[in-house]
Design a protein around this ligand. Structure first.
Ligand SMILES: NC(=O)c1ccc[n+]([C@@H]2O[C@H](COP(=O)([O-])OP(=O)(O)OC[C@H]3O[C@@H](n4cnc5c(N)ncnc54)[C@H](OP(=O)(O)O)[C@@H]3O)[C@@H](O)[C@H]2O)c1
Length: 377
């Protein structure tokens, strides 16, 4: 089962230089072609501050890179079929404190699907949306005030600081995405782009949840949903970073061996046993499934139940992850030493052309680790 861990990416499937393009600076001469009708409105909405409100095309045949890019986008909420490949989406402008990242790999998260379904409309950015929070790629342009990053740096991160509060309209399922420097970290040495792309949102969630729950050395933890994107990292962080004395986790039968290989001391097959009926109690219960009502039954007196989704039963609590590059930097040594390993779902990585299929797969709720999009585009 160790084969699941970080080994599903063919080492020779890309070369670094293949996605080290010139920055997509505006061509020497631009013509602004006025658009009309709904398409014009869509382009105008998609156009960010400082960019001309129209389609920019090169006035003359030039070898300069275009100011447009390929991106997956939707302009109405719905199921995966609303996703359309836009061959000429606007490359996002690079704001103060931001860098432009040439996306090498991206990853999907359930929040991408829930957002696309319209679950967070009240606080969403305007449509059309280019989805995607997780990115790994290369810095190709640096905005004002950027101090730490430079062109050519290989980075990874979660592109929106608050994923549910006005997240970026132009996400990572595109050739380029603009990201605040403070949300990025240098890609861990020894990991490729596909591996790095699968980490940010999930590892930040696992870390923030365990931290908020007060997990510390010598304490025990039960991870519900241990084979998923977040759970697989929660098991590893609990053991390797927080020094938990005992890590238990749940999954279905075929994934029990995987839980052990991730470091779980106790692997509970939820198709055969109800964890809430077992005698063991835990200092921390980390619920990545939405079983908050059952989770509170197995927490010790004075312990913590952190719930990522679904209803919250006291004393359980829920939080929404925040993006933070410095936390990724702090976790990098564990990733570089191999103590914590990315887990890429072996069905993927899905090439950029198969983003719809990748979403459909994620939405089965059966993914093992992360659903990664690679290569991009
Ligand atoms: N609040 C936040 O900030 C935050 C952040 C990240 C994620 N989330 C939420 O947390 C949830 C998990 O996210 P994720 O990225 O880890 O999802 P995911 O990767 O899609 O999770 C899939 C995994 O869930 C497991 N699973 C499904 N039902 C289960 C059950 N009854 N018991 C045990 N395992 C079960 C599946 O294993 P089997 O095939 O073995 O069933 C599968 O491996 C999602 O609802 C997501 O939206 C919230």
């Amino acid at each position: 089962m160790q084969a699941f861990l970080s080994s599903s990416i063919p080492a020779t499937s890309y070369s670094r230089s293949s996605f080290l393009p010139q920055p997509p600076q505006a061509p020497a001469k631009l013509a602004i072609l006025p658009l009309s009708g709904p398409r014009a409105a869509a382009v105008a909405r998609r156009t960010e501050a400082g960019r001309p409100a129209g389609r920019c095309v090169a006035a003359s045949a030039s070898s300069s890179p275009a100011a447009t890019m390929k991106a997956w986008a939707y302009d109405a909420y719905g199921d995966a079929s609303v996703l359309k490949l836009d061959e000429a989406a606007a490359v996002p402008a690079v704001g103060e404190g931001q860098v432009l990242v040439k996306v090498a790999a991206a990853a999907l998260n359930p929040v991408d699907a829930k957002r696309r379904a319209g679950k967070f409309q009240a606080t969403d950015s305007p449509l059309p949306t280019v989805p995607g929070y997780d990115v790994a790629g290369v810095v190709v342009k640096v905005g004002g005030g950027v101090k730490g990053l430079k062109e050519g740096d290989e980075v990874y991160g979660m592109i929106s600081e608050k994923p549910l509060e006005g997240p970026k309209q132009s996400g990572s399922l595109a050739e380029y995405t603009a990201v605040e420097e403070k949300l990025l970290a240098l890609k861990p040495k020894g990991l490729d782009f596909a591996q790095a792309a699968g980490l940010p949102l999930a590892i930040l969630t696992a870390n923030e949840g365990l931290e908020r729950a007060g997990l510390a050395a010598g304490k025990s933890v039960l991870v519900l949903g241990g084979a998923g994107g977040v759970g697989s990292l929660a098991i590893q962080l609990a053991k390797q970073v927080y020094g938990a004395s005992k890590v238990a986790a749940t999954a279905s039968t075929k994934k029990i061996e995987l839980l052990n290989s991730l470091g779980a001391d106790v692997a509970i097959d939820y198709t055969k046993e109800n964890f809430e009926e077992l005698p063991d109690k835990y200092d921390v219960v980390f619920d990545a499934v939405g079983q908050g009502d059952k989770a509170v039954k197995v927490v010790k007196e004075g312990g913590s139940v952190v719930v990522l989704t679904g209803a919250v039963t006291p004393p359980g609590f829920r939080f929404v992850v925040s993006s933070n590059g410095s936390t990724l930097e702090k976790l990098n040594p564990y990733l570089e030493s191999g103590k914590v390993k990315p887990l890429i779902d072996p069905t993927g990585p899905f090439p950029f052309s198969q983003v719809v299929e990748a979403f459909s797969y994620l939405e089965t709720g059966r993914a093992t680790g992360k659903v990664v999009i690679f290569p991009v585009p």
